[in-house]
Ligand binder design. Structure first.
Ligand SMILES: [Zn+2]
Length: 280
């Protein structure tokens, strides 16, 4: 007998997955959601997308620029008087959404536009967080993104007073936010101490509110700690690091607050724009 993967779904889910419906934009639970984990099919529970392929396209639906291998099937869709590519779950054939190319939002230039109601999130609970401010986040993100054991590296803002700040507001300097890179890393693969060493090696911790040509409080050197253990590790590390510099280390050590993910065009900025580094 053929398995009925859709029988347990509620009417709203069935309307999408079985009857190829579309939820209203900006209403889905995963539209603005960037936690580390995996998205499975809501009908058959088959893994479909890794959260490190998720991005914010601004379209109002969860967007991914890659799929888990062999997880998705594609069909030509001529409905609505245009040619589109429908995407479905390879295991149960449940409708997910459509896939688009040529919008140039991410490096892979692909957008899987998926209904939140078609998918379900399973968190990677073993991962830990780390947040560093070391000048322009484009450069800092590029460095950490390429480190083995770092699962997610997002550019954003932390430590200020404005809720959901924009880049323009942060640049004006009156939000008190720092440009930061927020990481989810696997402590079995890379230690917090190693991440901290990468942080020290890639900026000057003795210049107050300035890195190279960038100046302003948003460029301050700062470690936002996520636990007392991290705090202690940083305190020891600052003492060690002080021996290497002639001038005083001005790096702040502050308890982590809400991380506000920066606008999508700032994510993976240097790779997307084929730039080696900032300011060149
Ligand atoms: Zn499925």
């Amino acid at each position: 007998m053929k398995t009925d993967y859709f029988s347990h779904l509620n009417p709203a889910e069935k309307k999408i997955l079985k009857d190829k419906g579309t939820e209203a934009p900006f209403t889905g639970e995963y539209n603005d959601f960037f936690e580390p984990g995996i998205f499975v099919c809501r009908a058959c529970k088959s893994p479909l997308y890794e959260s490190n392929t998720k991005f914010n396209s601004g379209c109002g639906w969860p967007s991914f620029d890659d799929e888990i291998e062999n997880a998705i099937v594609r069909y030509e869709d001529l409905s609505g008087g245009r040619v589109r590519t429908e995407i479905c779950c390879a295991k149960c054939d449940g409708h997910l959404g459509h896939v688009f190319h040529g919008e140039e939002i991410t490096e892979k230039d692909t957008r899987h536009c998926v209904n939140s109601l078609s998918i379900q999130f399973k968190a990677y609970e073993k991962l830990e967080q780390a947040t560093f401010g070391a000048g322009c986040f484009w450069q800092v993100e590029k460095i950490f993104r390429e480190i083995e054991g770092v699962y997610l590296a997002n550019s954003g803002y932390m430590g200020g007073d404005t809720i959901n700040p924009t880049y323009q507001e942060v640049c004006k300097g009156d939000t008190n936010h720092a440009e930061v890179v927020h990481l989810y890393f696997n402590p079995d693969v890379i230690s917090y101490e190693t991440l901290l060493n990468i942080f020290w090696k890639n900026h000057n911790p003795t210049t107050l509110n300035r890195q190279g040509v960038d100046s302003g409080t948003q460029y301050r050197s700062v470690v936002f700690y996520h636990s007392d253990t991290q705090k202690k590790i940083v305190e020891i590390s600052i003492l060690e690091e002080s021996k290497k510099w002639k001038n005083l280390i001005v790096t702040q050590l502050v308890s982590a607050t809400t991380f506000y993910r920066a606008e999508e065009y700032h994510q993976n900025y240097l790779n997307k724009n084929n730039l080696g580094s900032c300011g060149v």
